[in-house]
Design a protein around this ligand. Structure first.
Ligand code: ADP
Length: 316
């Protein structure tokens, strides 16, 4: 049998809106103010934003848990209004909270989930998925005996039970220690290599930098940036050489093509774009302007800087 053609865009949103109605003493909240996003097939896409930005609202609309107020969303070519069943079948969602029934075994949990999604018994790949998540030897153990990391992997396994082409992970490594985080990243990368398109939300900029090829930053219900991770990092002149001159400078020198600033501690901060200029050239230019260098450090801009620049320091 021929496989159906795969859509070039795995997930998209057009002018997606959500207003939560006022309730109790809470005023109405315009949580999504027209989100436009395209997530290409095969991407590991990061959705970043401060608390309250609207990330969960966006995911919950995709999951069918929150009803949008306007706009449209499309999963694997299926409009969530026109083809809700197919749209739902095309996405697996790994929730943030570790909610696992402690009295079932991972194999039973997988089976229940498969039943929920109407996956016929013959087509169930319980052991294959559990093995891929490093849980084969725990298949028959009570879930309550699983460690936090194992539970998280079980949630990923559970979300993959119906073999969806798109997997959404909501803060996959929140509160997970560094070692385990790495391990989870490896599982995510593995799934992606097998062809699964991944979207994840994260608070850890390092995680987005490490894992995601493309990143969207949302703030206050709107997309404020969306670009390849590398481009986003290059968007700002993103390296600074911090030079301690041998003799105190009265003022920052004027050097063509470089932004120089004299800091309060007497150090000279020289900003440059590493994509356009090598650090050696920058140093040579500084020296040619007559400054003798006693010491040197480099400050790199990272996503955190981009993030702060785009969302403002008050929103972190
Ligand atoms: P994030 O996941 O980025 O932290 P959320 O989507 O949870 O953001 O929230 C976006 C905004 O919508 C926040 O101001 C939040 O308080 C509000 N909000 C979220 N859920 C509800 C709800 N059920 N009722 C009313 N307001 C809500």
């Amino acid at each position: 049998m021929d496989n159906p053609p795969q859509p070039p865009i795995a997930l998209s949103a057009r002018n997606l809106q959500k207003t939560y109605k006022a309730g109790g003493n809470q005023p109405a909240k315009h949580a999504l103010k027209g989100i436009d996003l395209d997530i290409p097939r095969g991407a590991i896409f990061g959705l970043l934003g401060p608390n309250g930005a609207g990330k969960s609202t966006f995911i919950n609309i995709l999951a069918g848990l929150v009803i949008k107020s306007g706009g449209s969303a499309n999963i694997w070519g299926f409009d969530i209004d026109a083809n809700p069943r197919q749209a739902r079948a095309s996405i697996g969602i790994v929730p943030q909270e570790l909610s696992i029934d402690p009295f079932f075994t991972p194999a039973e949990i997988m089976d229940l989930q498969a039943g929920l999604y109407g996956v016929p018994r013959r087509q169930r790949r319980t052991m294959e998925i559990l093995s891929a998540m490093g849980l084969a030897d725990k298949a028959q153990a009570y879930a309550r005996t699983l460690s936090g990391g194992m539970r998280r992997r079980l949630l990923v396994a559970k979300a993959m039970v119906h073999n969806p082409p798109v997997l959404v992970l909501d803060e996959p490594t929140a509160g997970v220690d560094i070692e385990l985080r790495r391990q989870l990243w490896d599982y995510v990368i593995d799934l992606n290599r097998q062809g699964v398109t991944i979207m994840l939300t994260t608070h850890y900029l390092e995680e987005a930098e490490e894992l995601c090829d493309t990143i969207a930053i949302i703030d206050n219900g709107a997309v404020v940036a969306c670009d390849k991770t590398q481009n986003l990092l290059q968007q700002i002149d993103n390296k600074t050489l911090v030079i301690r001159p041998s003799t105190q400078l009265a003022a920052a020198p004027v050097i063509a093509g470089l932004q120089c600033a004299l800091r309060d501690d007497g150090q000279l901060a020289v900003q440059y774009n590493p994509g356009q200029q090598a650090a050696g050239e920058v140093l040579a230019q500084v020296q040619n302007s007559g400054i003798e260098i006693a010491d040197l450090a480099s400050e790199g801009a990272d996503l955190e800087t981009v993030f702060m620049k785009l969302t403002g320091p008050s929103s972190l």
